[in-house]
Design a binder for this molecule. Structure first.
Ligand code: B12
Length: 154
């Protein structure tokens, strides 16, 4: 685990964010960490918790219409569970353009699954080796985006 200080100059993002674990993943402190980090950055966070079935994630996102969904996985099944989640998520017409990112310890081999996860429909993949700076930069691009304009459309 790496702890990085939140940069005080970072502007409040004002984003509505859903944080969630995947269906097979029982780890919780990663979710608490991300919730606190995002709140410090000015996001309003709904944390769905650990071992969340795909259908529950899809339903909650369809109802809440978040600006961003942050998926965290530690148990090594992140790629398998994440690809399956995105099949159901992107099949929901109201969630086709909702930004979704995934990060954590996504594999047991230490290899990269980024290409497979991006192909499945994630907008970004944050591997532990990169630290949290790329995630902060990604949030900044979302917070300056025109409200209502899908990621990549502007
Ligand atoms: C505590 C723990 C458990 C507890 C969890 C209790 C709980 N309430 O959370 C228990 C005992 C239940 C557990 C179970 C298992 N665990 Co466990 N567990 C850990 C441990 C020791 C700490 C995890 C933790 O809480 N870290 C604290 C958080 C705050 O930090 P973090 O997880 O590192 O998250 C950081 C980054 O990953 C990143 N991050 C995470 N998600 C995301 C998402 C985004 C978008 C971004 C940008 C960043 C990001 O940000 C965080 C801060 O830097 C780790 C080993 C370790 N030292 O890390 C193993 C570890 C995660 N567990 C592991 C395994 C294998 C398991 C089990 C499969 C073991 C087993 N055979 O039963 C089960 C899985 C159960 C399941 N169904 O998921 C492996 C995973 C291996 C892998 N992925 O390669 C680890 C790495 C141990 C190891 N070295 O083998 N575990």
């Amino acid at each position: 685990m790496s702890i990085e200080a939140v940069q005080p100059a970072f502007p409040d993002t004002g984003l509505d964010v859903i944080v969630t674990g995947l269906s097979s993943d029982a780890h919780t402190w990663n979710l608490v960490y991300l919730e606190l980090l995002l709140e410090e950055l000015g996001c309003r966070v709904t944390n769905l918790g650990a071992c969340v079935p795909d259908a529950t994630i899809v339903r909650e996102c369809a109802v809440r219409r978040p600006d961003l969904v942050v998926v965290s996985s530690l148990n090594g099944h992140g790629c398998q569970d994440g690809v399956r989640l995105m099949d159901a998520f992107r099949a929901q017409p109201s969630l086709v353009t909702t930004p979704v990112v995934i990060g954590g310890k996504l594999d047991v081999t230490g290899g990269s699954n980024a290409a497979r996860l991006l192909e499945a429909g994630f907008d970004a993949v944050f591997e532990d080796s990169g630290g949290l700076s790329p995630f902060r930069s990604f949030l900044r691009t979302l917070s300056v985006r025109t409200p209502g304009v899908p990621l990549g459309a502007g």
